[in-house]
Design a protein around this ligand. Structure first.
Ligand SMILES: NC(=O)c1ccc[n+]([C@@H]2O[C@H](COP(=O)([O-])OP(=O)(O)OC[C@H]3O[C@@H](n4cnc5c(N)ncnc54)[C@H](OP(=O)(O)O)[C@@H]3O)[C@@H](O)[C@H]2O)c1
Length: 272
């Protein structure tokens, strides 16, 4: 990566994609604020990347105190000009019996926390000659998928937020952008999702590949990154001709149900 050195704030830095991103971006950063809940992983990352460069914030991104700590750390390090909202959770479950608390968490972590952190850091982002906010979304923000109702809602909300804020800040020096990784081999896909992906032959990227793609994206100016032609086409077809993916996903439903926690097959309505 050429040109400037970034003042980075990265959430989800203790996760699969986040750790890979921190390692890939470190040579191009003047300072890094790495955020997550797992202090041990973050401390090891700080040791590896250089304690002089890295400040860690251990906390739950949905809590005001964590937002305060992130803003304070960035301020002490001279500000922020690259915010990557990467923290996220998933919960693969039949919607009908999914715990309301799980749905609330999905929306809080994946949607509300990045919105509130971005708002909190905007004064510092405005100070920079040029700055970027990159929100890490998902193809499921475009494509509703069984077993992921809460996750799809959160990521489609994140896409809407990204587009709206990009336009609202269109006459400023802050670019607000949307990055969509392909399915990757990280803890977010553990358990039932991993088993379903394996049965369906879903190809998984390595976190280091995702980090490379994001580093390249940072250097460009497109508002959004979709990982491949297949994903871009899928999103487009789903938008223009949703009956096609409706039919294809109906065909996948038996396999999805086999892996989906608490899935119940209801009696089919009788056709007269
Ligand atoms: N992997 C994929 O297939 C895939 C595909 C499309 C999009 N994505 C998106 O990519 C992003 C990174 O995911 P990943 O694959 O790297 O998952 P991951 O390995 O599970 O990492 C998730 C990260 O988010 C952090 N996090 C979760 N809840 C948090 C909370 N309440 N407060 C603070 N931090 C929290 C975790 O912190 P702790 O571990 O410290 O708790 C961890 O650092 C997510 O936004 C995900 O939706 C992933």
């Amino acid at each position: 990566m050429a040109h400037k050195t970034w003042r980075l704030v990265l959430t989800g830095a203790s996760g699969g994609i986040g750790q890979a991103l921190a390692k890939a971006l470190a040579p191009y950063c003047a300072s890094m604020v790495l955020v997550g809940r797992n202090g041990e992983v973050l401390e090891a990352l700080r040791e590896r990347l250089g304690p002089h460069l890295v400040r860690i914030v251990v906390g739950d991104a949905t809590q005001e105190a964590t937002l305060d700590a992130i803003a304070a750390a960035a301020g002490e390090l001279g500000g922020v000009d690259l915010l990557i909202n990467n923290a996220g959770i998933n919960a693969f479950h039949a919607f009908e019996s999914q715990a309301p608390a799980a749905l609330r968490s999905l929306l809080e972590v994946n949607l509300l926390a990045p919105m509130l952190l971005t708002q909190r850091l905007l004064p510092q982002l405005h100070q920079a000659p040029s700055a970027q906010v990159i929100n890490v979304g998902s193809l499921f923000g475009y494509l509703g998928y069984p077993g992921f109702a809460g996750y799809c809602a959160s990521k489609s909300g994140l896409r809407g937020f990204t587009q709206a804020l990009r336009r609202e800040l269109g006459d400023t020096s802050i670019a607000v952008r949307h990055f969509i990784p392909r399915a990757a081999r990280t803890p977010i896909n553990a358990g039932a999702v991993e088993a379903m992906n394996a049965e369906m032959g879903v190809a998984l990227d390595e976190p280091a590949d995702v980090a490379r793609q994001l580093c390249k994206f940072i250097q460009g100016s497109a508002w959004e990154y979709k990982p491949g032609l297949k994903e871009a086409l899928l999103a487009l077809v789903n938008h223009l001709l949703p009956a096609l993916p409706d039919r294809a996903i109906l065909g996948q439903l038996p396999v999805i149900r086999k892996h989906m926690p608490a899935s119940v097959r209801h009696a089919q309505p009788r056709s007269s």
